[in-house]
Design a protein around this ligand. Structure first.
Ligand code: LMR
Length: 333
């Protein structure tokens, strides 16, 4: 569902720009092959002037050949009674294999955006299985969470969402994620000054963003697809266009060398800026208070626990799973 929305945005040129021809390579499974053929037919019939090639396959070693962007969307949803450890293991195997395939055949500077959940740890598994590709090139999608936070802040302040800037989502794409209202701005002013309602920010706003995916599943009967596709397009666009002066965007990225004191060797959502060359750098002028630091420590602990749980998939020996019970994907609430 996510891909079906995203592919048409990519083919239209609205993500990579009107001068960039596109070749789309779709990776599916034996079970989904006919559906993939159907999507490819629809793409061809749309006569997008920039779309030069659509190919499909079920072997990542064929499909990933020379790719410059890999958008890893498919993952197994958690079924009834399934432990999070099982989910991490099953999905982790998918991302370990895709990492190995990217390592073997993709462009050596491929940019990888992991969407399938639990996306932070899946991105870590993927990058650990792709040692030839810079770890910096891997992203876990937290842009949907950033967009959700911007929407709530704009509604509260009664402004259009483009007046909201400097919104960071810290940490895991789970219910421990931290939507940062301390650094966020509305019309250039601190959100706390504009809303004058710290209690609302700490409780209602934070929970609304953290649990938005779950509320949506209850209404729709399935997880968000269109808004996820929009946020993937936003995430790519943020890397291929220069970040507006003074602003930043959130992405789950590899923590080595981060200036915020976050534990190294995990994938953690943080504020980033880009010159528009596909790469990014960390932002320096970020402030912290005790509330923010305490929340960040909790989501960091969760990611470190997830990492211990997938040790067998990242070449770090035997897995030991002590994930806190309240660890949930946004959609699981
Ligand atoms: C979301 O944030 O909407 C999704 O990650 C929810 C889910 O668990 O699929």
């Amino acid at each position: 569902m996510i891909s079906n929305h995203l592919l048409f945005k990519l083919a239209s040129g609205e993500v990579f720009g009107p001068d960039q021809p596109i070749a789309l390579k779709l990776l599916g499974s034996e079970r989904s092959f006919h559906a993939l053929e159907g999507v490819a037919m629809e793409l061809e019939d749309s006569l997008f002037p920039l779309l030069r090639e659509v190919s499909i396959g079920i072997n990542p070693y064929d499909v990933f050949q020379d790719v410059e962007w890999a958008l890893l969307i498919g993952a197994k949803p958690r079924g009834p009674g399934m432990e999070r450890a099982d989910l991490l293991d099953i999905n982790g195997q998918i991302f370990a294999e895709q990492g190995r395939a990217l390592n073997a055949v993709a462009s050596c500077n491929v940019k990888v955006i992991v969407v399938g959940n639990p996306c932070n740890t899946n991105a870590l598994i993927c990058l650990k299985n792709a040692p030839k590709i810079p770890a910096k090139n891997f992203h876990a999608l937290t842009r949907l969470d950033e967009n959700r936070a911007k929407c709530q802040l704009a509604l509260k302040a009664g402004v259009f969402y483009d007046k909201v800037s400097n919104v960071t989502i810290w940490g895991n794409h789970s219910t421990t994620q931290v939507p940062d209202f301390l650094n966020a701005r509305i019309n250039g002013l601190p959100v706390i000054e504009v809303t004058k309602d710290r209690k609302w920010l700490e409780v209602e706003f934070t929970e609304k963003v953290q649990k938005r995916g779950g509320v949506l599943i209850k209404k729709w009967g399935r997880s968000s697809a269109a808004s996820t596709a929009v946020s993937i397009a936003d995430a790519i666009r943020s890397l291929v266009t220069p970040t507006p002066e003074g602003d930043w965007f959130s992405s789950g990225v590899y923590t080595n060398g981060n200036p915020y004191g976050i534990a190294e060797d995990i994938v953690f959502s943080m504020p980033c800026r880009s010159k528009g060359d596909g790469d990014y750098e960390f932002v320096n002028n970020v402030i912290f208070d005790d509330y923010l630091l305490e929340r960040i420590t909790k989501t960091e602990a969760e990611l470190l626990a997830e990492k211990r749980c997938v040790a067998h998939l990242i070449g770090e020996g035997v897995a030991f799973c002590d994930i806190p019970e309240d660890t949930m994907l946004p959609g699981e609430m």
